[in-house]
Design a protein around this ligand. Structure first.
Ligand SMILES: [Fe+2]
Length: 314
């Protein structure tokens, strides 16, 4: 596979596991295209044309130094100059793949946050409420990533002549769908039953061994779950804490996430909502592993770094 084919596979897998469904994703792209066509020439010149084709702007190809057949990749959760230099120490690495975005992918992280409105709506929060709170969150995320030195690692890849891309939104979608399907195929009564189910997943077992395993941040193991929603895995980054009260009102008893903030914990506690966090890097690993299984099936050798705990399935 060439780099573009690997990227296209990631996008396809992301769409296939998206809460919005393929049709919902296409609607978002169509809307962006319509807006683009109505823009002035001046605005068009500044518009990032990839927005018309790529529904996950936090997933990008950052550098192609040599567009060759990819046989061996170095993959990591966070890639910076140190991992790029590490890749030079390993023979025959053709491409480095990060999970977390850098460069343009990081600058556009807020775009992926829009999905959160659809996730909360899927679980019963009225779309006007989910959308209003998500739009506030999108502008917060856009401002928070604007402090970063976005191009630092991209520049290093270019100088070192290393092919470099990342897969963020699609991998998080894969992890969310995996967890949603698993949870929905079990009759879970108590929060402790949910935790036990998560602890069977190898990535989370590894999380336990390093002190970052699944746990309840609000509610106790003995609490009844009620309806369970996987709300805090896909969607770029943390949601609006105000959604905790809204999802509780919508009839959800327990939410599952990778990680949540202290503000989420306080809001959830006030709303009598149980929050189970599965673990951040272990959830990132789960999503990346589901993608990497397909790369390995295509004959690509995968070397792991930067917190990625490789678990192969089928
Ligand atoms: Fe992450």
């Amino acid at each position: 596979m060439k780099i573009q084919e690997i990227f296209d596979l990631a996008i396809k897998m992301g769409v296939d596991s998206d809460f919005r469904g393929r049709e919902g994703v296409q609607k978002v792209l169509d809307r962006k295209r319509k807006k683009y066509e109505e823009m002035s020439e001046k605005d068009k010149a500044e518009f990032d044309i990839e927005k018309l084709e790529n529904p996950y702007l936090d997933t990008r190809i950052y550098n192609i130094s040599e567009d060759k057949e990819i046989k061996k990749v170095l993959v990591g959760i966070d890639i910076d100059t140190s991992e790029l230099l590490l890749s030079k120490q390993i023979p025959d690495i053709d491409l480095v793949i990060a999970h977390h975005p850098v460069g343009k992918g990081l600058a556009n992280l807020a775009d992926d946050v829009e999905l959160q409105a659809d996730i909360y709506n899927y679980y019963g929060v009225p779309i006007n409420i989910a959308e209003a709170l998500t739009h506030v969150r999108m502008s917060e995320v856009a401002r928070s990533v604007s402090v970063s030195n976005h191009q630092k690692t991209v520049d290093a890849a270019r100088i070192l002549g290393i092919n470099f891309m990342n897969v963020h939104g699609p991998a998080d979608n894969l992890a969310a769908k995996f967890l949603k399907d698993l949870i929905e195929s079990h009759d879970l009564e108590r929060v402790g039953d949910l935790l036990d189910l998560l602890k069977v997943i190898p990535e989370y077992r590894e999380g336990i061994s390093i002190g970052a395993g699944p746990r309840a941040v609000t509610g106790k193991a003995g609490n009844r779950c009620g309806k369970i929603a996987v709300t805090e895995v896909a969607g770029g980054t943390g949601t609006s804490p105000k959604l905790m009260a809204e999802i509780s009102r919508a009839g959800i008893g327990t939410i599952v996430g990778m990680h949540v903030s202290e503000d989420h914990r306080k809001e959830a506690e006030a709303a009598h909502l149980n929050i189970v966090i599965a673990g951040h890097i272990s959830s990132d690993s789960l999503g990346m592993n589901l993608f990497l299984d397909e790369l390995e099936k295509a004959g690509i050798e995968v070397i792991c770094s930067s917190g990625l705990n490789r678990v192969k399935r089928n």
